[in-house]
Design a protein around this ligand. Structure first.
Ligand code: G3P
Length: 219
């Protein structure tokens, strides 16, 4: 499973890139606004220079013509830009055009299998079903992931990767991984939670304490 980080905070991205475990980045207009960065284009360029993997940069417009212009500008920033597009009729028309040109695309705000089928037919590189936001309204977000993976598996012509988004906790990622989802985009706080287990902490403390008793040094 590929791990992307869901943030536009350059410092958080740098810290996670240094772990060697980061495969990409996703941003969205809300995350960009939260970053406080004064230039969206410069921010995406900076992120693309930090991470070799796909970096999702979302269009701001909602109409076909303007989204196409924005998408072409975003795609020119770096080879690893994935243009993020809303799952709307115009968004999917842009997706099809960009996919036919070999430009990476990430279709976002997906909340149903029907939408996911359309995104695959539009040649999307990634589809982003929002698990957490479905859970937030008492719908089963992980069930959507399972359904999309099952549907895509029936059609070799569907090359779209399922990118689990709106992740709220490690269990969202673990359960999605069991289903065969290709990617998870995870908030930095949740990624850090993956490391934690009290038995690891207590076990390491015991190893350190017992090693001290040997009076030896490896170096
Ligand atoms: O960036 C797309 C998605 O992961 C955002 O989800 O629900 O945390 O705003 P959310």
């Amino acid at each position: 499973m590929k791990f992307f980080v869901d943030t536009a905070d350059v410092n958080e991205i740098k810290e996670l890139a240094d772990t060697g475990l980061l495969d990409g980045v996703t941003t969205n207009p809300s995350l960009v606004a939260k970053s406080g960065h004064s230039s969206f284009l410069d921010l995406i360029k900076e992120i693309c220079d930090i991470v070799d993997g796909p970096v999702s940069a979302e269009v701001a417009a909602t109409d076909y013509d303007t989204m196409m212009k924005e998408a072409e500008k975003l795609a020119k920033i770096a080879d690893n830009v994935a243009v993020k597009l809303p799952l709307t009729p115009d968004g999917l028309k842009v997706c099809k055009k960009l996919s036919d040109q070999g430009i990476m695309t990430n279709v976002t705000l997906c909340f149903s299998s029907a939408q996911a089928i359309l995104a695959a037919k539009a040649g999307a590189t990634f589809i982003s079903p929002f698990v957490g936001r479905l859970d937030d309204i008492s719908h089963d977000g992980l069930q959507l992931i399972e359904d999309i993976v099952d549907i895509y598996d029936q059609y070799p012509a569907f090359t779209t990767e399922v990118l689990v988004a709106s992740v709220r906790n490690p269990l969202h990622v673990i359960e999605a991984a069991k289903m065969g989802a290709h990617v998870a985009t995870i908030p930095p706080k949740v990624i850090h939670q993956f490391y934690n287990h009290p038995l690891t902490d207590s076990g390491l403390a015991a190893f350190v304490e017992d090693w001290k008793k040997t009076g030896q040094s490896i170096l």
